[in-house]
Unconditional design. Structure first.
Length: 278
């Protein structure tokens, strides 16, 4: 039994050493530079057939976190929010990537004040240097949008499913735990000319977390000393990854439902996306 315990201790030490990040690994990731993980829905979004009509101009004014929830913690209160406060970034990117950029022309509305100020600065600078000639080289008018996309993150449910198991024998044990959270995104498309909500969709994505580990505890030297070794690993799916997947799924559903309601047409047949995302 003592030899088994020693073997387990050595194994745990090797596991801990393997989890350590070496300077060479840090240098490798620094040289690698920033990279972005693609979601499964992103590929479906890019592979959508092209629009048979003229490309549509759409504006995104507000797409915010409407849950107001904080990060869950069992020990103390958290001031950080549970979800991202800038989900409109994923919305604009998904609109630009739909059908390889052949569906929507997105106009700036979130930073409209800054845009107007910059245009006024250009006009005043031209007038200072060119005088009356500045009117001949005036800026082009801003594009107006025929559609407005509204919505936000409407739900974040933490710990909707959790569980685990563990076992211990003579001071040697192992345990495993899991938890599932869920985030829901809602979108609606509004026609500017009539103010009618022509499309409304919801997208839900689960967020999986998993943790496992082993530990050993043993008294040595006639029970006068104790040694304890622990090792474990945890895997948490990023919340932003789930939000991005839900946003992309909603854009796919908007395009598909718009075709079904004859709001626009495809140049070719669309492959049915999976019902929901998990």
């Amino acid at each position: 039994m003592q030899s088994l315990f020693k073997s387990l201790v050595i194994l745990c030490l090797f596991v801990l050493a393997g989890c350590a990040v070496t300077p060479n690994e840090i240098k490798y990731y620094e040289e690698l530079g920033p990279f972005q993980h693609q979601t499964p829905t992103n590929q479906l979004l890019r592979e959508l057939p092209h629009l048979d009509n003229e490309i549509m101009t759409i504006a995104v004014y507000s797409f915010t976190d409407k849950t107001g929830q904080r990060k869950p913690s069992q020990k103390f209160s958290q001031l950080s929010t549970a979800v991202s406060q800038g989900p409109e970034v994923w919305v604009i990117q998904a609109l630009k990537e739909a059908g390889d950029g052949t569906w929507f022309k997105v106009v700036e509305r979130g930073g409209l004040d800054n845009l107007v100020k910059e245009r006024q600065l250009i006009r005043s600078t031209r007038e200072s240097y060119e005088g009356q000639e500045a009117n001949k080289n005036s800026l082009k008018p801003l594009l107006f949008a025929g559609l407005i996309l509204e919505g936000g993150i409407v739900s974040y449910d933490s710990n909707i499913d959790s569980g685990g198991f563990g076992a211990r024998y003579f001071g040697i044990g192992a345990h495993e735990e899991y938890r599932v959270d869920q985030v829901t995104v809602s979108m609606r498309v509004v026609a500017v000319q009539t103010g009618e909500v022509i499309l409304a969709v919801n997208g839900t994505k689960t967020i999986a977390s998993h943790k496992s580990g082993v530990d050993a505890f043993r008294f040595i030297d006639m029970g006068t000393r104790a040694i304890e070794v622990e090792s474990g690993v945890a895997e948490n799916e990023p919340v932003n990854y789930a939000i991005r997947s839900a946003v992309e799924y909603c854009i796919i559903e908007i395009i598909k439902q718009g075709e079904q309601k004859s709001l626009w047409n495809f140049k070719e047949e669309i492959n049915e996306p999976n019902e929901g995302i998990h």
